[in-house]
Design a protein around this ligand. Structure first.
Ligand code: NAD
Ligand code: DAU
Length: 354
């Protein structure tokens, strides 16, 4: 059986990617390498319990010896690297862990991949790929009239999180130019969808709305983000892995730029329809709170390269994707409440142990 090695596959996007990948008949088995930080949740992968195509290893990407063992044992044909500390607010509170995982961890993974790839021959060596998943935040903040980020926009990261991701992107690039490691990089916008940890705007608002709590909107609520349904992002990663040109970067966006206030109002409207309150609207819970320090004002992503070169397009509009997300949230309250109570951290099943 052939394998791909996925890092961070118990996180929000990684879990969606693993689930989508394994839904396909005949797809390679997945070696899922995840440290299980607070953001890693094996309950998201419950449907794969005891699957022989999902091998879970609780491993830190900073642990070179463990990575070497995994490469030697499973001989993956590709690495898809999602593992990261990903929450901007946490990076402002404590940047150290972001430097460790996002920079040192990516470096350690690159070194392990390089050592493994250097020992490959023939077609095994030719097909090997290292796909690094990054963010649009490396490009910084746009003025209202600026064009959307393209792959050649200069990096200008503004938070410890985005600076650590930019550093990782530079390392990945350097491993291609210096050593010839066959790398690919994707820079995507704000994902949303199932299994989203409820510290990020969309799942946080849904959780707090249903709990009757204030819905915190930072600053004036007019910061703009581009929203991408996670399933569309996973399809883009698969397309880049299959057909992307080695050494290239690809932007992935949903072409759905919205102010945060628009997003919160839309969520409240969907909840008013799908789970009406006894009286009034969820909108009455919206509360403006202190702004995030260094808060980027506007992101927008130009994905034309990915569309033209690889034929990728989004399947979901913001309306269809958000409705699906709200429905998922309402139907999976136990997943959300296990995260909130901390129970999810106890649910590490033996079938997943690598
Ligand atoms: P997440 O925080 O939900 O999940 C991260 C996963 O990585 C968790 O399972 C965690 O346990 C694991 N992890 C953290 N440190 C690790 C380490 N040292 N070793 C091994 N595993 C470790 O993140 P996400 O939202 O799924 O994001 C995945 C990737 O996509 C990240 O690289 C992020 O920068 C990037 N990204 C995310 C978004 C978004 O909107 N969520 C947008 C653009 C890019
Ligand atoms: O752009 C891609 C990035 O999107 C990813 O690289 C990050 O990993 C991911 O977390 C996300 O970063 P953001 O900071 O944009 O996401 P977040 O959900 O934290 O915030 C979205 C917007 O909503 C942002 O402008 C801050 C605002 N916000 C957020 C929270 C948590 C609020 O107004 N209130 C909140 O409570």
């Amino acid at each position: 059986m052939s394998h791909i090695l996925v890092t961070g596959g118990a996180g929000f996007i990684g879990a969606n990617f693993v689930l989508d990948w394994l839904r396909e008949d005949g797809a390679d088995a997945v070696v899922n390498v995840d440290k299980l930080t607070y953001a890693g949740n094996l309950e998201s992968l419950a449907s794969l319990k005891c699957s022989n195509r999902h091998i879970f290893s609780q491993t830190d990407i900073c642990d070179r010896a463990a990575l070497d063992r995994l490469f030697a044992e499973y001989r993956p044909r590709a690495v898809v690297h999602f593992a990261a500390e990903s929450h901007v607010d946490r990076s402002i509170e404590g940047p150290g862990g972001f430097i460790q995982t996002n920079v040192v961890g990516t470096f350690t993974l690159l070194e392990a991949a390089r050592a493994y790839w250097s020992g490959l021959h023939g077609s095994e060596r030719d097909v090997f790929r290292f796909l690094h998943v990054s963010t649009d935040e490396v490009f910084g903040s746009l003025q209202p009239s600026d064009p959307a980020f393209t792959e050649t926009t200069a990096f200008a990261p503004n938070s410890p999180y985005s600076a650590s991701k930019a550093a990782a992107d530079h390392l990945v690039r350097a491993y291609y130019h210096t050593y010839g490691l066959p790398v690919l990089t994707t820079n995507c916008s704000n994902n949303y969808g199932p299994y989203h940890f409820p510290e990020k705007l969309i799942p946080l608002v849904l959780m707090k709305a249903l709990a009757g709590e204030p819905l915190p909107v930072y600053g004036d609520g007019l910061n703009v983000r581009d929203w991408l349904y996670v399933g569309d992002h996973c399809a883009a990663v698969r397309a880049v892995l299959a057909k992307g040109r080695v050494g290239e970067t690809y932007n992935v966006g949903g072409n759905n730029t919205k102010t945060n206030l628009d997003v919160v109002h839309t969520l409240c409207g969907l909840l008013d329809e799908l789970r009406p309150k006894v009286t009034g609207s969820y909108r009455q819970q919206i509360t403006f709170v202190a702004d995030r320090p260094g808060h980027d004002r506007r992101y927008a992503v130009d994905s034309r390269k990915l569309q033209v070169e690889l034929g990728w397009t989004c399947k979901e509009t913001f309306e269809t994707g958000l409705r699906k997300t709200v429905q998922w949230h309402l139907e999976n309250q136990s997943w959300v409440s296990n995260v909130m109570s901390g129970l999810y951290r106890k649910g590490r099943d033996e079938c997943h142990a690598g």
